[in-house]
Design a protein around this ligand. Structure first.
Ligand code: HEM
Length: 373
């Protein structure tokens, strides 16, 4: 799906180095410069809403997150010139994630053909951008540039095909998951008045504290209540409810009751995030939407042990984009809370289990009215 220069198409040592490039370029310290571009995209997008109206939040979040991704991951060449074409092709890649392609990835059925054509075309577009930046010595402040500038331990620069594979992979990993988390956050906040009130009050305080009410890195870091609301919604409704790992060596697992189980090398292990999030000896009242469980003082995810919070996976393959994901969702929700009164008018969504990444089922219809905080 991501071409021949990335992911499971390359050997393990190369893959480990590529994971390092991705991790390094998504570290919190690297993310500060993305706040302003993200904010600009969010402000421009929601400026197009009228004074009042009705929207499907899921659709709105998908759109605005695509724009943010084009600006911050892919860069101005895609964002300003070929946004529509790029995303039509990307949709064909996403269409390749379905049960038939999962079981038979290489049979010549239309979804697989469209996926492969789109991958080849996207790689061609991205390779041309990389080549043009290099030949003009043009340096941009985006994720694509960080991957272009990455170096393997032996000093070798990343190749065009590798960069295009890594960036398509990032887009794939980050866009849909963030749209889902933003949508659940909305559904939860708009049905829990106490949490909504607390999140609004926090926004008011941030507007008073920061000069001209400008949202910057420090203001975002201060928004602990909003952060915990997003975290709680993502924890109650994880996008990836099951994580899989293969045991390369045999080992023994001990339960809290002291029972021991041998895990033989070669076995595939499933970690059910849906169930481990609901363990009542780790989390208090796990069925109740209670964002305070993650706040300083309680931090149930930390006191529960290393792997009790696995919404973003864990270990070597833990999500590289957690901080980036939180940042973009916080920017979106901080903007919505400060500028609109919102009401959920459809019923609270059910989980759509028919998708590989579990999302809210159907539309999330919300009425909005413009206001100024
Ligand atoms: C709220 C949004 C997000 C959620 C819930 C989420 C969740 C996850 C999960 C569950 C995994 C699998 C981890 C495992 O198997 O242990 C994962 C992997 C990954 N995620 Fe995210 N993710 C989010 C946003 C992002 C964003 C925005 C990016 C990039 C910009 C990103 C990049 C990645 C990458 C590169 C991996 C693969 C790591 C590896 O296999 O080495 N994610 N994510």
């Amino acid at each position: 799906m991501f071409g021949k220069g990335h992911g499971y198409a390359v050997d393990q040592a190369t893959r480990a180095e590529q994971s390092r490039f991705v991790m390094d370029s998504l570290r919190p310290a690297q993310l500060r410069s993305h706040v302003d571009p993200m904010l600009r995209e969010v402000e421009e997008y929601f400026a197009k809403w009228g004074d009042e109206g009705v929207v499907d939040l899921k659709h709105e979040f998908t759109q605005v997150l695509m724009l943010i991704a084009s600006r911050c991951l892919l860069g101005s060449e895609v964002r300003d010139k070929i946004f529509g074409e790029f995303y039509a092709l990307f949709a064909d890649i996403e269409g390749g994630v379905n049960p038939v392609s999962f079981m038979f990835p290489y049979i010549p059925v239309p979804v697989n053909n469209r996926r492969d054509r789109a991958q080849a075309k996207l790689a061609e577009i991205l390779c041309a951008i990389v080549r043009s930046r290099k030949s003009c010595n043009r340096v941009e402040d985006d994720m694509l540039q960080r991957l272009i500038d990455s170096r393997y331990r032996d000093g070798r620069p990343t190749a065009e095909g590798e960069v295009s594979g890594m960036i398509i992979g990032l887009l794939f990993a980050g866009k849909h998951t963030s749209a889902i988390a933003s949508s659940w956050t909305g559904a939860c906040l708009l049905t829990h008045p106490n949490s909504l009130r607390a999140a609004l009050e926090e926004q008011k305080q941030a507007m008073r504290k920061y000069k001209d009410g400008k949202v910057d890195w420090n203001a975002l870091s201060d928004m602990e209540i909003l952060h915990c609301c997003i975290k709680e919604a993502g924890w109650m409704y994880p996008a990836a409810p099951l994580l899989l790992r293969k045991a390369l060596q045999s080992f023994i697992v001990q339960t809290k009751e002291g029972n021991e189980y041998d895990i033989p090398a070669g076995d595939t292990l499933a970690h059910p995030v849906m169930l481990t999030s609901k363990l009542s000896h780790v989390y208090k009242d796990p069925e109740v939407f209670d964002p305070d469980r993650f706040r300083f003082g309680r931090e149930e995810d930390k006191v529960g042990g290393k792997h009790s919070y696995t919404v973003f996976g864990g270990g070597r393959h833990a999500c590289a984009g957690e901080a980036y994901g939180f940042m973009q969702i916080k920017i979106i929700w901080s903007h919505l809370l400060r500028n609109f009164e919102l009401k959920l008018i459809s019923s609270f969504p059910k989980k759509d289990w028919s998708k590989f990444v579990v999302e809210p089922k159907g539309k999330i219809m919300v009425s909005y009215k413009r206001c100024r905080m």
